[in-house]
Design a protein around this ligand. Structure first.
Ligand code: NAD
Ligand code: DAU
Length: 364
């Protein structure tokens, strides 16, 4: 639940110009968005609401936790009553919704958990926002953070645009697609002001090491096998997380009501090529013999329903809002590896306990 009212009142002395709820702010992308908003907009009150699942970690935010415009609320978006109480107490004027179950492999084992958080959790937030905003929608915004996976898969050519038909293939992407539809429907039916953005694969500091890049960095450090699904010839479009956060900042402030923006780096890589570059970087950074990390590459059983290729056309957000990525892939990857090598304790903390059980189940 919300932290002590007295502390909150003390901080309200800052005359906030916006009361923004950011959900999932202790996770990977959310923590970068929270940091950006807290530092860049000291006049905004930023409320980070997160239940702290295995993927949520307040260690991601230690540098800003004492800032006067930052507030943490430990709560579950699946609990409608609690969410309504929090909205009534804080009267948010905007929501940036990132909280989700986010890992495709986990959605294959437990699809219902994804429906609960990604669909019902989103509905609870929509209902709570509508309840306090109805009658005065001026200046209000529900910004829903989504994924390119809702569009399904591409063959060797073509790009996902904002008008590509939805065709999700995994329980994760089906749950995200469903939540996107509900956001849109609340816009049409109740005139709820909203923006949706659909982003490609993110990488960077603080990503939980179940996703390809941090998992492989971690395994290389520990000299463990690098489990490549299928033939490794699946393609993803990679974006540095700080560039996703800057796109969210732009869309939040300058995006048009009821619009969708695709976000991506025009940076496609077949998994195996990316993995080979990562291995080269790691050999160099760890001072290991050239080729030693690549020897860990191990082809394993494919992911069921594995999408062949994702590629985002980010022309709309660049042309209309002037967004562009700030780093090349090589720069971003170098920074990412440096972060993981410099934050060994973070890595040890998040990979102990329950995570070990998941790892054994997924890769045994
Ligand atoms: P993440 O798994 O790292 O973080 C998710 C956060 O949500 C965690 O802090 C977790 O504690 C919190 N959370 C989960 N269930 C919750 C609940 N019931 N109540 C409150 N908080 C809850 O995810 P991420 O990779 O940072 O992704 C964030 C958002 O961006 C998601 O909506 C995801 O679909 C979307 N997205 C991710 C990527 C990517 O490459 N990671 C790309 C495009 C879109
Ligand atoms: O496209 C955006 C999506 O990117 C986000 O919406 C998701 O939240 C995020 O998890 C990510 O989904 P992917 O399934 O593309 O990411 P992941 O890192 O799990 O896998 C990237 C590719 O690497 C994919 O083709 C599967 C492959 N892979 C992954 C793992 C974890 C392997 O070959 N081996 C592995 O062990």
């Amino acid at each position: 639940m919300a932290k002590s009212k007295n502390k909150y009142r003390l901080k309200m002395g800052n005359k906030p110009t916006k009361n923004i709820l950011i959900t999932g702010g202790a996770g990977f992308i959310g923590s970068h968005v929270v940091r950006l908003f807290v530092n860049k907009y000291p006049n905004y009150q930023i409320f980070n609401l997160d239940v702290l699942t295995y993927a949520g970690n307040l260690e991601n935010l230690t540098d800003i936790q004492e800032k006067p415009n930052y507030h943490f609320i430990k709560a579950d978006i699946n609990n409608a009553k609690e969410i309504n109480t929090i909205f009534n107490e804080h009267k948010f004027d905007s929501v940036i919704h990132l909280a989700a179950e986010s890992h495709v492999d986990r959605s294959i084992y437990d699809p219902l958990a994804f429906v609960k958080t990604n669909v019902i959790g989103t509905m609870n937030l929509l209902n709570a926002a509508l309840e306090i905003w109805k009658g005065d929608l001026e200046g209000k915004l529900f910004y829903h953070i989504s994924t390119d996976e809702v569009y399904g898969t591409l063959d060797e050519t073509g790009l996902f645009t904002e008008t590509t038909a939805y065709a999700p293939n995994s329980p994760y992407s089906a749950s995200k697609a469903s939540s996107d539809h509900f956001v849109r429907a609340y816009g049409e039916t109740y005139d709820l002001p909203y923006i949706i953005s659909n982003c490609s694969n993110n990488y960077g500091p603080n990503q939980f090491p179940e996703k390809l890049i941090p998992l492989f960095i971690h395994n290389i450090i520990e000299e463990k096998p690098l489990p490549v699904y299928g033939d490794g010839k699946y393609t993803r479009d990679w974006l540095y997380v700080i560039d996703h956060a800057s796109a969210i900042d732009l869309a939040f402030h300058k995006g048009k009501n009821k619009e969708t923006y695709n976000i991506g780096g025009f940076n496609e890589w077949q998994n195996i090529d990316l993995i080979k570059i990562l291995c080269e970087f790691m050999d160099e950074k760890l001072g290991r013999e050239k080729g030693s990390s690549a020897k860990l590459i191990t082809y394993i059983k494919d992911r069921p329903g594995h999408d062949k290729r994702y590629a985002i056309d980010a022309t709309k957000i660049s042309k209309e809002l002037g967004w562009k990525p700030s780093v090349t892939f090589e720069e971003g990857l170098g920074k990412t590896i440096d972060w993981y090598l410099g934050n060994e304790e973070w890595l040890i903390n998040v990979t102990s306990g329950k995570y070990q059980k998941y790892y054994d189940k997924q890769y045994s």
